[in-house]
Design a protein around this ligand. Structure first.
Ligand code: GBH
Length: 459
């Protein structure tokens, strides 16, 4: 069989610092908002914290050897800001820089391309004490941090992602409160959303100033929101608002420097109040690529009597009522997270991005994966459902790529089982199993399948 992805397609795996590193109190690392949050009773399932996680800080050589065996071409990881600048100010911790130098050098020695995310949610606690992402001063602090990273690692790192999923940073962190710092205030979420958009553009320019040839992108969590009652005008209106809130906010910011009229109308002074004169020019930036994290589609249809106003979850200030539950035909095959499995959505999503924003040069699928309960039998994990999730999503992606959609890489989430934020260690997304007592790594059946896919450059 001939290859069905383009030559040079970047097959990768992805992780994030707080989810895997552990060694939380080692080599001068400062506290992050996730240290504080996970140690607050009731915030994380089982009271789990990232204190030891997968102990990747001490075992990265073994993890790179696993990737090498899988034939992985690229590895997406994030830098823990509080390892480099423990207090979030200008005071450097050289042991933190030394750790990422060791990691990057080991990747390059193994012929694995590093793809660095600057912010995957572990904000230095001191910056949160000053208001975090809701305080516009964060933009300057982020630029200084991004510049230091580009100067220290830019001779070997060519691919940069400024922020991971600013929607989650803003809405889950500051309005719904399920993520650190656990605030529940719409106005803070809206401020954070604007400041993350400004931070992306500013960090983009900062990295390019140091390394003009680097590739710099932004990673967003996106979905298709399938409308199941198109005759209901209220459903159409809220679906548009949900799309603007999740899928368009940051893309419109960097492509046009402006937000959709529907966002300005909905959020009124809360949004208009944080936009300063000149921001249009500051937001606009010719981002090299879009990172797309895709897990699952959404569905929206006319409300049932039991549906609550959307505002109740703290996700968005929508007083409207709609039914967003899983459609009946998908409801009995949910992942362990309770998410519907919609493989065709991945192809549909990148096709939609191509149609609506042709000015974005190319995309990377920076995360895609699933959580299921794994059973170990004779030391083996035959994760059939995760394997099927992987292959079905790649089939869908391949069809879109064959139609000319410019996707240059795919990063399986995740290389390792890891600290799944508010779900702690209870939810496993890894293609490699981690025993959290011994830290033993065991590639699952999905990892073996991924190895074959990489070797064939396709399914
Ligand atoms: C990513 O976020 C993160 O980048 C990564 O660190 C994490 O481990 C991984 O995914 C797995 O969770 O509210 O039920 O309708 C995923 C972000 C945002 C995906 C909200 C699902 C809606 C589910 N997610 N989303 S629901």
């Amino acid at each position: 069989m001939s290859s069905n992805f383009p030559d040079g397609f970047l097959w990768g795996t992805a992780t994030a610092s707080y989810q895997i590193e552990g060694a939380a109190n080692v080599d001068g690392r400062g506290a992050s908002i996730w240290d504080t949050f996970s140690k607050t009773p009731g915030k994380v399932v089982n009271g789990d914290t990232g204190d030891s996680a997968c102990d990747h800080y001490n075992r990265f050589d073994e993890d790179i050897a696993i990737m090498k065996d899988l034939g992985v071409k690229a590895y997406r990881f994030s830098i823990a800001w509080p390892r480099l600048f423990p207090a979030g100010d200008s005071v450097r911790e050289e042991r933190g820089f030394a750790f990422y130098n060791r990691l990057i050098n080991a990747l390059i020695a193994a012929d694995i391309e590093p793809m660095v995310t600057l912010y995957h949610w572990d904000l230095p606690q001191h910056l949160e004490d000053e208001g975090g992402w809701a305080n516009r001063d964060i933009v300057g602090a982020f630029v200084a941090y991004a510049t230091a990273c580009a100067e220290a690692f830019g001779d070997r790192v060519n691919n940069w992602i400024t922020l991971n999923e600013p929607w989650c940073v803003s809405w889950l962190g500051y309005s719904n409160g399920v993520h650190a710092p656990g605030k529940k205030d719409f106005s803070l979420a809206i401020a954070a959303a604007h400041h993350t958009a400004l931070a992306h553009a500013a960090a983009f320019r900062a990295i390019k100033a140091v390394r003009p040839d680097s590739q710099v992108g932004l990673t967003l969590n996106m979905n298709n929101n399938n409308i199941e009652s198109p005759q209901d005008s209220e459903v159409l209106a809220i679906a548009d608002l949900m799309d603007a809130n999740l899928n368009r906010w940051w893309i419109e910011a960097f492509t046009t420097g402006k937000y959709s009229q529907v966002l300005l109308d909905t959020y009124g002074d809360l949004l208009n109040g944080v936009i300063k004169p000149g921001d249009e020019e500051l937001l606009k930036v010719k981002t090299d690529f879009l990172g797309v994290n895709y897990y699952s589609d959404g569905f929206v249809r006319s409300a049932r009597p039991e549906d609550k106003p959307y505002i109740d979850g703290g996700f968005m200030p929508f007083p409207q009522r709609v039914d967003t539950s899983a459609p009946a035909h998908l409801a009995n095959s949910l992942t362990a997270m309770g998410w519907v499995v919609t493989p065709e959505g991945l192809g549909n999503l990148v096709t939609r991005i191509r149609r609506d924003w042709p000015e974005i040069p190319y995309y990377m699928i920076t995360e895609n994966g699933s959580s299921y309960e794994d059973v170990i039998v004779d030391g083996q994990i035959n994760d059939i459902e995760r394997t099927r999730y992987l292959t079905s999503h790649l089939e869908s992606l391949q069809k879109a790529v064959a139609q000319g959609v410019p996707v240059k890489g795919y990063f399986a989430w995740s290389l390792l089982d890891n600290f799944e934020w508010a779900e702690g260690y209870a939810k496993r997304f890894g293609i490699v199993h981690v025993d959290y007592t011994t830290f033993k790594r065991t590639p699952k059946a999905s990892a073996h399948r991924y190895k074959e896919i990489i070797a064939n450059n396709g399914l």
